[in-house]
Design a protein around this ligand. Structure first.
Ligand SMILES: NC(=O)c1ccc[n+]([C@@H]2O[C@H](COP(=O)([O-])OP(=O)(O)OC[C@H]3O[C@@H](n4cnc5c(N)ncnc54)[C@H](OP(=O)(O)O)[C@@H]3O)[C@@H](O)[C@H]2O)c1
Length: 434
């Protein structure tokens, strides 16, 4: 049997999964790519104890030189995560003429163009299917199966931890902190949950997807980002009453040649395909101008699902490595589209206030909104407490900057106790969408 020798960096969750899947599905892998994939060396830290079985000690190394200087190794898989030394090691592997597979979304979102340029110049491939939505194929479909489309919109549930938390909050009527604690105890959320709950992880993934989809180098800093920490059980209850579900969405749209790039909690209609994506599942909804609407759904994380995507990249490289890549691994180097400032986006909004129980408050707020061209499509005012009365609006389409200015003024109305939350609403059809 012909063998391809691979160097693996990192034998943690995904690295261990790669080791297991290569053994579990050896025959299928050989049948589908014509080679046995042999892990020749594995980079681990000092004192490392493998959690997977069957790894012989002589495969392990603490020195990256043992991988990069081994001429028999043709492909390097990076699964150590983080920016450095992952970036340095990948660049060294590329310079040594090795193809690279990585699942590292944080690195690609910030240094993808640099790595892609290095690979392009060295004539090697840089593959990263596992970096977005784990086991769900989305990177290669965007690059290949959908390559004949202009992509107009991507909307994705790109982070399993936050989807798990929101699903629990919705189904069990519990608050954010209680569910987060439970998710941490069960190992679904990290001890430091910031990257997930504040939307950084989803924003990294949206940066990668929109770079590919829109053919322009998208900067991570251009993605507007809000997390789920402010979502209150009241918001979930009102969403239900109004016919919506709250999801943390990554949204990227091309409208009139400009890009809207944002990650934030979103009201989506309860009959939208993304509304049914629950627990830790991921899904990416894509609109192409030829193909129409598509949705990719599955396990966005975990050892075996993510390993499935990593190994598919290795197999793809094996099949194509004799063809010198004349493409940029899905990246573009010259900016062709501008990111739209957040203040210029047009959306519908859910706004929840707590107001004093005095006649005429609703009228005052509605009038003030009207002065900023914001009109209301639904209003709910019910319930009473010593603190006041909750008042909920859904607006018609309005400019973000007008909404923000109106809210600043509303804050100074005496009868308004607090602005509880403001959440953008996605209803489907876009302006400028054909
Ligand atoms: N987990 C998922 O489901 C998933 C899904 C999609 C993508 N990814 C991406 O896949 C990558 C790996 O994630 P993971 O969940 O497998 O992480 P992990 O479980 O923490 O594994 C990383 C392993 O690499 C080791 N390591 C870190 N720096 C190293 C270095 N300089 N030299 C040698 N070993 C080093 C770590 O050792 P220590 O633990 O001792 O630091 C750990 O054993 C990340 O980029 C992540 O974003 C993960």
């Amino acid at each position: 049997m012909k063998k391809i020798k691979v160097g693996l960096m990192g034998l943690g969750t995904v690295g261990g999964g790669v080791w297991d899947v290569l053994r579990m599905n050896r025959d299928e892998i050989i049948r589908n790519c014509g080679y046995e994939i042999k892990i020749e060396k594995i980079l681990v830290k000092e004192g490392f104890k493998p959690k997977v079985s069957g790894v012989s000690k002589d495969k392990l190394t603490h020195n990256f030189d043992d991988i990069v200087e081994n001429d028999e190794i043709e492909i390097v898989i990076e699964l150590i995560g983080g920016i450095e030394p992952a970036r340095e090691y990948i660049l060294r592997a590329i310079k040594a003429g090795k193809h690279v597979v990585t699942a590292n979304k944080a690195l690609l979102a910030q240094h993808g163009v640099e790595l892609s340029k290095a690979a392009y110049e060295a004539g090697v491939r840089l593959s990263y299917e596992a970096s977005v939505a784990g086991g769900v194929p989305i990177i290669n479909p965007l690059k290949e199966s959908l390559g004949a489309n202009k992509i107009k919109k991507i909307m994705g549930i790109l982070n399993g931890t936050t989807n798990y938390i929101l699903t629990k909050m919705t189904n069990e009527n519990v608050d954010f902190h209680t569910v987060l604690k439970e998710a941490q105890d069960m190992g679904y959320a990290e001890a430091d949950p910031t990257a997930d709950v504040e939307g950084f992880d989803a924003a990294h993934k949206l940066t990668i997807l929109s770079t590919l989809a829109f053919g322009t180098p998208v900067k991570f800093k251009d993605v507007h980002r809000e997390g789920i920490t402010k979502i209150n059980p009241l918001d979930i209850e009102y969403a239900r009453e109004l016919g919506y579900v709250i999801k943390l969405l990554g949204i990227a749209k091309e409208i009139d040649g400009e890009l809207e790039l944002r990650v934030h909690p979103t009201f989506i209609p309860k009959n939208h395909p993304l509304a049914a994506v629950n627990d830790s599942f991921n899904a990416v909804f894509v609109k192409g101008n030829a193909v129409g609407d598509l949705m990719f759904y599955g396990r966005g994380a975990g050892d075996l699902p993510t390993a499935s995507a990593v190994i598919s990249d290795v197999m793809d490289i094996i099949k194509k490595r004799s063809l010198k890549p004349n493409l940029k691994n899905g990246f573009s180097y010259e900016p062709t589209k501008k990111a739209k400032p957040m203040g210029e986006i047009v959306n519908e909004y859910y706004i929840r206030f707590m107001v004093k129980d005095i006649p005429g408050v609703l009228g005052k707020i509605a009038t003030l909104f009207g002065e900023y061209n914001v009109s209301l499509s639904s209003v709910i005012q019910k319930g009473r407490s010593e603190r006041g009365v909750p008042l909920v609006f859904i607006t018609h389409e309005a400019r973000e900057s007008d909404i923000q200015k109106a809210l600043q003024e509303v804050n100074s109305i005496d009868e308004v106790i607090e602005i509880g939350n403001i959440i953008r609403v996605e209803n489907g059809q876009e302006r400028g969408e054909q």
